[in-house]
Design a protein around this ligand. Structure first.
Ligand SMILES: NC(=O)c1ccc[n+]([C@@H]2O[C@H](COP(=O)([O-])OP(=O)(O)OC[C@H]3O[C@@H](n4cnc5c(N)ncnc54)[C@H](OP(=O)(O)O)[C@@H]3O)[C@@H](O)[C@H]2O)c1
Length: 281
C-alpha cells in the first residue's frame, strides 16, 4: 500500500475505506471485513455515522494487528468545546474498542472548535491520538486553528471529486503542510458520475473503470481517497488502482470537468449552519 507522510511524520495510506451511510451493524461490519481482506488498511468512520461499534468489531475479528490499521474517526457538532470533546474521544475509543486513534478530525467547522482543538491536542500529546485534523474547513478556518494553537492540523478532509477539484484549497494545504483528503471521491454518483464519458474513455485505454480512473487521478495529485462501497466486487475494484498511471494528457482532460462548485452544500452558507444547528437543538 502506498502511504503518504503527514506533517508529524506519521504514515497514512493514500487509499482507504469510508463507511458513511452504512448504519446497519451487520452490513457495516461485513463490508469493513471485506475491505480489510481486500487489502485496505485505512478505515474512515465518524461518531455521526453511528457505526463505530461495527468498525471496531470488524477490526478485532479480522485478526490484523492494530498497528497495521490506520483508523480515523470524527467529532460530531453535538460535542464541540473542550470538555465535551474529551468525552466524545473517550466514547469513540470505547465504541471502537481500541486504545488509540490514528487520526481524529473535527467533522464540521462549527461551534467551539478552539475548545475542541485544545482537548484534541491533549490527547495527541498523551499518545491516545496519533494525528489530529479537521474536515470541511475552508482555508481561512484552517489558518484560524494554525495561528491560535501549537499543533497544526495534519489533515483536512473535504468534498473533492472530478466535478469539484479544490485546486485552490489543495495549493493552500500544500503550502501549509496539511494533507488533503477527499470525501465523496465518486460524488456519491451524482451528475451521472459512473457513466462520465471523459472518465470512461480514459479508462478504456487502461482497461480500468470510471471509478478506478477517478481514484487514480486523485492519488496522482497526492490526495488521500476513501471510497465507500458495501459490494464486494466494487470494494475490490476500488482497491485495484496501483497498476497503472494516468498520462499528463489524461490529467488535463479530467481538469476540464471541474465546475468549482459543491454538489452537496456550502459550509459557508448561513442556511447550512442553521440546518446543522437544528440537528442538535
Ligand atoms: N467529512 C465529511 O463530511 C464526509 C462527508 C461524506 C463522506 N465522507 C467520507 O468519505 C467516504 C466516501 O464518500 P461517500 O461515501 O459520501 O461517497 P462516494 O465514495 O463518492 O460514493 C459512494 C457511492 O458509490 C457507489 N460505488 C462505490 N464504488 C463503486 C464502483 N466501483 N462502481 C459503481 N458504484 C460504486 C456506492 O454504492 P455501493 O455501496 O452499493 O457500492 C455508493 O453509492 C465516506 O464513506 C466517508 O467515510 C466524509
Amino acid at each position: 500500500m502506498k502511504t503518504i507522510k503527514l506533517n508529524n511524520g506519521i504514515e497514512m495510506p493514500i487509499l482507504g475505506f469510508g463507511v458513511f451511510q452504512v448504519p446497519d451493524y451487520k452490513e457495516c461490519k461485513q463490508s469493513v471485513l471485506m475491505a480489510l481482506k481486500s487489502g485496505y488498511r485505512l478505515i474512515d468512520t465518524a461518531a455521526a455515522y453511528q457505526n463505530e461499534e461495527a468498525v471496531g468489531d470488524a477490526i478485532k475479528e479480522s485478526g490484523i494487528p492494530r498497528q497495521e490499521i490506520f483508523l480515523t474517526t470524527k467529532l460530531w457538532i453535538d460535542h464541540n468545546g473542550y470538555e465535551a470533546t474529551k468525552k466524545a474521544i473517550d466514547t469513540s475509543l470505547n465504541n471502537l474498542k481500541v486504545d488509540y486513534l490514528d487520526l481524529y478530525l473535527i467533522h464540521q467547522p462549527y461551534g467551539d472548535v478552539h475548545g475542541s482543538w485544545r482537548a484534541m491536542e491533549e490527547y495527541y500529546k498523551n499518545g491516545k491520538i496519533k494525528a489530529i485534523g479537521v474536515s470541511n474547513f475552508q482555508p481561512d478556518r484552517v489558518m484560524d486553528i494554525i495561528v491560535n494553537h501549537t499543533v497544526k492540523p495534519a489533515v483536512n478532509q473535504i468534498e473533492t471529486h472530478v466535478f469539484h477539484q479544490r485546486e485552490e484549497d489543495h495549493a493552500f494545504m500544500k503550502e501549509n503542510g496539511i494533507m488533503h483528503e477527499s470525501w465523496a471521491p465518486f460524488a456519491e454518483g451524482k451528475k451521472d458520475f459512473f457513466s462520465n464519458k471523459i472518465l470512461a474513455d480514459i479508462g478504456e485505454n487502461y482497461g480500468k473503470s470510471v471509478a478506478q480512473v477517478a481514484l487514480r487521478w486523485m492519488i496522482q495529485r497526492d490526495v488521500v481517497v476513501i471510497p465507500k462501497s458495501v459490494n464486494e466486487n466494487r470494494i475490490k475494484e476500488n482497491f485495484n488502482v496501483f497498476d497503472f498511471e494516468l498520462s499528463q494528457g489524461d490529467m488535463n482532460a479530467i481538469k476540464s470537468l471541474d465546475t468549482k462548485e459543491t454538489l452537496f452544500f456550502s459550509h459557508r452558507d448561513p442556511e447550512t449552519i442553521k440546518w446543522f444547528a437544528s440537528m442538535i437543538n
